[in-house]
Design a protein around this ligand. Structure first.
Ligand code: GTP
Ligand code: MG
Length: 318
């Protein structure tokens, strides 16, 4: 299929007439991406479209997105387009293989106060820096599920790296996600927004809180995980299609016995367990010191490092 003939939105998908389009949109399937990652059953149930039609529409959406085999050389070329955003700490950058990567979902997980939100703020500022200073000369989207985003902190961190504070704040698009459904719908909309704006970082802080609150307990675990997986899949597609860095956070309770053992056993677990991406475990240490450790990333060296949270943001210890 040639570039110009590719459907740009769902109304242009083969097999989707106005009535079907209306059903899809009113059920929340507003983008080709959302349809491409749906299962036929799910789509059919949500929209009332017959199963065979749902299958055809999903296939059409996948074709439109070029979900197909790639050669190893394609993979190499994609890899060469990966860019990195500095965290503000050389130690942490080194641990991450140079910084937080585009085309990747990076999960920071750890106990309360371990620095997850601070890192998200810092990256939203740093992505704006010129490339020679570890940025991508670009803007950030900040999806805030807990209401912990603070523009005052952005102002401070911008000063800390020599950016104009007002300009830096203008380059961060903040949105409060009010529930898990809203959170997922926001990501759907991003597929359009990223095309129009120079966005290279998408933050979801935290990715799990709404899902945990809305689907509590063991009896809801399957449903929660299913929705969360879908959400993560969307984020992963977003990072690949637009070559942006996606950074998500996940609060897990501290279990000292687990930090040096198998961290996948941490209470709540890290959410990317079965998804591709980079997982970083954060832990509080003395004072403003924090310990970061990469969890099961075969392409990154084992080990852990120390960074600090200062008035100006994330830095290396003195
Ligand atoms: P939860 O969201 O509760 O799970 O925690 P978190 O991992 O997101 O923690 P967060 O990133 O909010 O880290 C909080 C810590 O950052 C605080 O305990 C402070 O040590 C530090 N911090 C936050 N704001 C400031 C600030 O303005 N100045 C300085 N110096 N430190 C700050
Ligand atoms: Mg936080």
């Amino acid at each position: 299929m040639s570039e110009e003939k590719k459907p740009k939105d769902i109304t242009e998908l083969p097999g989707v007439g106005p009535t079907t389009a209306q059903k899809l949109i009113s059920s929340g399937y507003t983008s080709i991406e959302a349809i491409a990652v749906a299962t036929p059953h799910e789509l059919s149930q949500a929209t009332g479209i017959p199963l065979p039609t749902a299958q055809k529409i999903i296939q059409a959406a996948r074709d439109a997105l070029d979900i197909r085999f790639k050669t190893a050389l394609d993979l190499k070329k994609e890899r060469l387009t990966v860019r990195k955003i500095t965290t503000g700490s050389k130690n942490l950058d080194q641990l991450l293989g140079g910084g937080v990567e585009t085309r990747t979902v990076t999960e920071f997980f750890g106990e309360f106060g371990s620095g997850k939100t601070q890192i998200c703020h810092q990256l939203s500022v740093n992505v704006q820096l010129p490339e020679e200073q570890g940025g991508l000369n670009a803007k950030a989207v900040y999806i805030d599920t807990e209401g912990t985003f603070r523009w005052e902190r952005i102002e401070q961190m911008a000063r800390g790296v020599g950016l104009d504070p007002d300009q830096a704040m203008e380059n961060i698009y903040w949105i409060r996600a009010i529930n898990s459904h809203h959170q997922m719908a926001i990501v759907d909309q991003l597929f359009d927004m990223i095309k129009r704006e120079n966005i290279r970082l998408v933050v979801v802080d935290s990715v799990t809180s709404h899902f945990r609150a809305e689907f509590p307990g063991r009896e809801n675990l399957a449903m929660r995980q299913q929705l969360l997986n879908k959400h993560l899949h969307q984020l992963s597609r977003l990072s690949e299609i637009y070559n942006v860095a996606v950074v998500i956070t996940n609060q897990v309770m501290a279990r000292p016995d687990v930090f040096y053992g198998d961290p996948t056993q941490a209470v709540g677990g890290h959410v990317l367990y079965h998804a591709p991406g980079v997982r970083v475990q954060l832990k509080k240490s003395r004072g403003n010191k924090r310990i970061a450790r990469i969890v099961d990333a075969p392409h990154l060296p084992e080990g852990e490092t120390v960074f600090v949270i200062t008035e100006w943001g994330i830095r290396d210890p003195e």
